[in-house]
Write a protein that binds this ligand. Structure first.
Ligand code: GDP
Length: 304
């Protein structure tokens, strides 16, 4: 939690100090709510999520007065509920591979978002937690991407399956990676996918081909499709995300670079606008700088 707080330092200093001074003046009033609204928009919480928070506060104010500590506590409750909203009630636990299944996690994202780094970090975490893990380097479009994934694989001690020789079809890599995983009793197969948005049609075709291979070859696998999003891009990153959400059947988000922005509030916009849960957050370039997402921890790190 301490590291997370440090990672969110920029956002905390921005939001928290001002929030304290707004609610610290006495019972929250309409002017205070308006100041909170401006603050949230500045922190990249986005219009939709901000409206929701402001409406909830106003509703509450109609029922009771909110002295400083109570206002903060209620605000935390709203934020936690928002972040948890995409989860089914039964699925509030920390996100992890299912030990009794073959888990395949497709990792999507625009180049530069931190996809490769995230795969390295997840493989390290999985390895440390005792999962048999394997990586499929299916971002065959960028030669450098395959090399980078291999470097991360060495760091985490996880084998990387990449294309051999001239075969550069990502779906073929996925096929090989699934074969290798099945032969070895792998529990978690991480698949790096291409991140070029310039050619949307190709991207969509490629992703659906990968899906077809998985359906055919590993029909009983538990498939997750994670979108890696750069938090420093704020609302622009969200617009890119829309393209992926149309083609990649996403089931969750990894929010990276939270250490590099004062706009960590984008986490709330992501959840509200995409309707997807955040599964991991990245707050640094090192192999350990990834945390399974917990709404409680996140909100505490932000507002305590
Ligand atoms: P990809 O193109 O999506 O595979 O992106 P990379 O994984 O190569 O990452 C792009 C850059 O972002 C690299 O310099 C990473 O070190 C950096 N990066 C990735 N995740 C984080 C993070 O959580 N925090 C910070 N500060 N940098 C990150």
């Amino acid at each position: 939690l301490k590291k997370l707080r440090q990672g969110l330092g920029k956002t905390r200093r921005g939001i928290l100090n001002q929030l304290r001074s707004i609610v610290g003046q006495g019972p929250l009033n309409q002017a205070g709510v308006e100041e909170i609204e401006a603050l949230l928009l500045q922190a990249d919480v986005g219009v939709e999520a901000t409206d929701f928070i402001v409406n909830s506060l106003q509703e509450k104010l109609r029922q009771e007065t909110l002295p400083p500590e109570k206002a903060i506590a209620y605000l935390k409750e709203i934020l936690r509920d928002m972040l948890d909203a995409p989860l089914e009630k039964s699925d509030r636990s920390v996100f992890a591979p299912d030990k009794n299944s073959f888990n395949i996690w497709l990792v999507n994202g625009v180049n530069g978002a931190g996809k490769t780094t995230t795969i390295g970090k997840i493989s390290h975490l999985a390895q440390k937690s005792g999962y048999k893990c394997l990586i499929g380097a299916a971002d065959t479009f960028r030669a450098a991407a395959v090399e980078q994934v291999k470097v991360w694989g060495e760091r985490s001690g996880v084998e990387v399956i990449a294309n051999k020789g001239k075969n550069t079809d990502p779906a073929a890599v996925v096929f090989d990676a699934i074969s290798a995983a099945q032969a070895r009793g792998t529990e978690l197969l991480l698949i790096d996918t291409a991140g070029r948005l310039q050619n949307k049609k190709n991207l969509m075709e490629e992703l659906s081909k990968i899906r077809r291979i998985i359906d055919k070859k590993a029909a009983d696998a538990r498939v997750e499709s994670l979108l890696v999003l750069d938090a420093t891009l704020g609302q622009n990153g969200l617009r890119q995300a829309q393209v992926f959400s149309q083609s990649a059947k996403l089931s969750g988000v990894v929010l990276t670079k939270l250490d590099g922005t004062a706009k960590g509030g984008v986490a709330l916009a992501v959840v509200k606008q995409l309707g997807l849960p955040i599964r991991f957050i990245g707050a640094g370039e090192g192999i350990e700088d990834l945390r399974p997402f917990s709404s409680y921890e996140f909100v505490e790190a932000l507002l305590s």
